[in-house]
Structure formats: structure tokens, C-alpha cells
Ligand binder design. Structure first.
Ligand code: IPM
Ligand code: MN
Length: 355
């Protein structure tokens, strides 16, 4: 099979983790007789440096002309520390999501047997956790009206949602729930926010189309607590953009590291696969970043965009193997020996060759 994959390494540790995922995918393609056509583009601060734009048209074209896109990370401290900056790397990611209509971000959270003991949460609590967040990605407070007044001493961000945005996101959640344990949790703050009340009302109106799905409605503050207290209670969770952003970082503690969390952004145009960890500038250039979240994102890509299940599973299995053999980066090695970003990638590539 011929696979046209867009590649957007971006900033910080993005290029380093992407490089390992490319190595892994190339060797998978070699083994299974596929041909990958890589098409690399600029995004984030890397794109601002060259073009002045964090999501240049050229990059948008690459996305539109690819079957799937692998994305690293965006962000650079030189913008974070300057609240007056006119353009920001993150804007590139947000504009990309919006222009491609990627309204749903699928973020699975599960545990790895060999990491259960290493979590700051008790093994008895996290054991058996297998849940998926479906985060709304192109609406809400991320895209609502925002601004400042003339005297620059007042600022506002608004959260807006319409019924269609909620419906299309909820449908993805219901369909995923049908394929899993038919349990769906809608997370909102309907005791306070009007947008949350519209979410609840809209999701309720869809329940009749999925009579087998058991739907619960929970407030975001309570979910933040229950997620740590009894994570295995949850299966599929749907929520708005900001709540999903916050809760999925929280959920990474259950898996063991932010460096293990893959995601798929899906919707109208080409799907984007990306680790959720961000650009982690402190680790940039040090060869210590965990490449597994990006490699797992690539595995999600093979499954979702190409229906290549065997290839996808092999990648996942080898990630599991590398973790259980302690071939892991610093974030996971604890007191044991840690491996570099490249060594982890090399180990997986070597295993693919031998299988
Ligand atoms: C994420 C990131 C982004 C977000 C940032 C980089 C804009 O944190 O993908 O979770 O908030 O969506
Ligand atoms: Mn985030």
C-alpha cells in the first residue's frame, strides 16, 4: 500500500520524537511492503522563524494532500514569557485544527503492567483503567470572542457552542461507546455554565438513537476528583475543549507519564496524530524526550487512517515490550538506567527487524 504521510515536527522536542517515529514507521513499512511518501512542513515557532506565520499556507496544503499527518509539538518559551507577543506558535496548532475541521480529539488512557508500581497513585486504584477521552477541539473558549479594553486593564475570553458542534462530537463519543463497553460520561459544568446546559440537553436528545448506551452526566470538578480516585469507573468520556485539555493531562498520571499519551484529531479533512505532551523546551536537544507517545500516535494512525491493524498492533506491542524491558527514557526509568530518545527508537526498530 502507498501511504502519503504529512510530517510536522514543530518545536522543542517535536523534531526529536518525530525522528524516532519516522524510523519506526519506515521499518514497519519495509517489513509489510508498504511505501511511505513523507511530506514535511513547518509549524509553530519553527514556521514563524522562517515565514512569519505559525501555520503557513504551504503547510495547510501538505495536510490537505496527505492521507494522514504526524505532528510533533509547538511552543517556545520566548513567546510564553512575552504576554504582548502578536503571533504565537500555539496559534499555528489551533488554526490547523480549525482549518482542517478536526473537531474531535481522541485521547486514550490505559495502564502498562510494568509501570503500575511506579505511579504516584496506588496500583490497586489504577489497575484495569482503560478509558478514552473525546475532547471537542475546534470550539469553546479556545475559539470564542476574546480581547482587551482600550485602557488595557480588562480582558475577556468567551465560551461558545452551538448544537451542531456538540452533536457531531457527541456522536463520535456514542459510536465509540458502542464499540467498547457502552458506557458514556458527558462532562460539563451545567450547574453554572449555559454552554454546559446546552451540551447536556443536546447529548440527552441523542440518547434515544443509542438505547444500549448507558449515559451519565457529571460535573467537571467531580470528574477531576473521581478520575484519580477511581479511574476504572470510566470508559468513554466526552467533553468541551478546555475541560478536555485539563483532564487529559491529569489522566496521564494514571498511565505513568505524559510521554506515553498519544492522540488522534479527527473531523472533516485529514486526521492529525500527535502526542499530547507538548514541546517540553527544557528537554530540547538533550536526547532525553520520551518518543513513545509519538510512536503510539503513529500506531493510532495506522489503525484509524489506513486500517492497517496488524502493523498498528505490532507497534503497540513493541512499545509495551520496550517498557517491560526497561528500555525507557528518564521520565520512566526511576532509579534504574535510562535510555536516550534515539536508543528507545533504535531498540524498537531492531525488534521490528527481528520479528
Ligand atoms: C494540547 C495542547 C494545546 C491545547 C496547546 C499547545 C495549544 O496543550 O494539545 O493539549 O491546549 O490544545
Ligand atoms: Mn494540553
Amino acid at each position: 500500500m502507498e501511504l502519503k504521510i504529512g510530517l510536522l515536527p514543530g518545536d522543542g522536542i517535536g523534531p526529536e520524537v518525530i525522528k524516532e517515529a519516522v524510523k519506526v514507521l519506515d521499518s514497519i513499512a519495509n517489513k509489510f511492503n508498504h511505501k511511505i511518501f513523507w511530506n514535511e512542513g513547518l509549524v509553530g515557532a519553527a514556521a514563524i522563524d522562517v515565514t512569519g506565520d505559525p501555520y503557513p499556507d504551504e503547510t495547510h496544503k501538505i495536510c490537505l494532500n496527505s492521507d494522514a499527518v504526524l505532528f510533533g509539538a509547538v511552543g517556545d518559551p520566548k513567546y510564553d514569557n512575552d504576554p504582548t507577543a502578536k503571533i504565537r506558535p500555539e496559534e499555528g496548532l489551533l488554526r490547523m485544527r480549525k482549518k482542517l475541521g478536526l473537531y474531535a480529539n481522541i485521547r486514550p488512557t490505559y495502564t502498562f503492567d510494568s509501570l503500575l508500581e511506579k505511579s504516584p497513585i496506588k496500583k490497586s486504584i489504577i489497575q484495569g483503567t482503560d478509558l478514552v477521552f473525546v475532547r471537542e477541539l475546534t470550539g469553546g473558549i479556545y475559539f470564542g470572542k476574546r480581547g482587551r479594553n482600550k485602557t488595557d486593564d480588562y480582558a475577556y475570553d468567551t465560551c461558545e457552542y452551538n448544537v451542531n458542534e456538540i452533536k457531531r462530537l457527541a456522536k463520535i463519543g456514542f459510536e465509540l461507546a458502542m464499540k467498547r463497553s457502552k458506557k458514556l460520561c458527558c462532562i460539563d459544568k451545567a450547574n453554572v455554565l449555559e454552554t454546559s446546559r446546552l451540551w447536556r440537553q443536546t447529548v440527552q436528545s441523542l440518547e434515544k438513537n443509542y438505547p444500549e448506551v448507558n449515559v451519565s452526566y457529571e460535573f467537571v470538578d467531580a470528574v477531576a476528583m473521581r478520575l484519580i480516585h477511581s479511574p476504572s469507573y470510566y470508559d468513554v468520556l466526552i467533553t468541551s475543549n478546555l475541560f478536555g485539555d485539563i483532564l487529559t493531562d491529569e489522566a496521564s498520571v494514571i498511565s505513568g507519564s505524559m510521554g506515553l499519551m498519544p492522540s488522534a484529531s479527527v473531523g472533516v479533512e485529514t486526521s492529525i496524530y500527535e502526542p499530547i505532551h507538548g514541546s517540553f523546551p527544557q528537554a530540547k536537544g538533550k536526547n532525553i524526550a520520551n518518543p513513545l507517545a509519538t510512536i503510539l500516535s503513529a500506531s493510532m494512525m495506522f489503525e484509524r487512517s489506513f486500517n492497517l491493524y496488524e502493523e498498528s498492533k505490532l507497534i503497540r506491542d513493541l512499545v509495551n515490550e520496550s517498557i517491560s524491558n526497561n528500555i525507557v527514557t528518564k521520565d520512566l526509568s526511576g532509579d534504574g538506567k535510562s535510555f536516550t530518545t534515539e536508543e528507545v527508537g533504535d531498540w524498537i526498530v531492531e525488534r521490528i527487524r527481528k520479528k
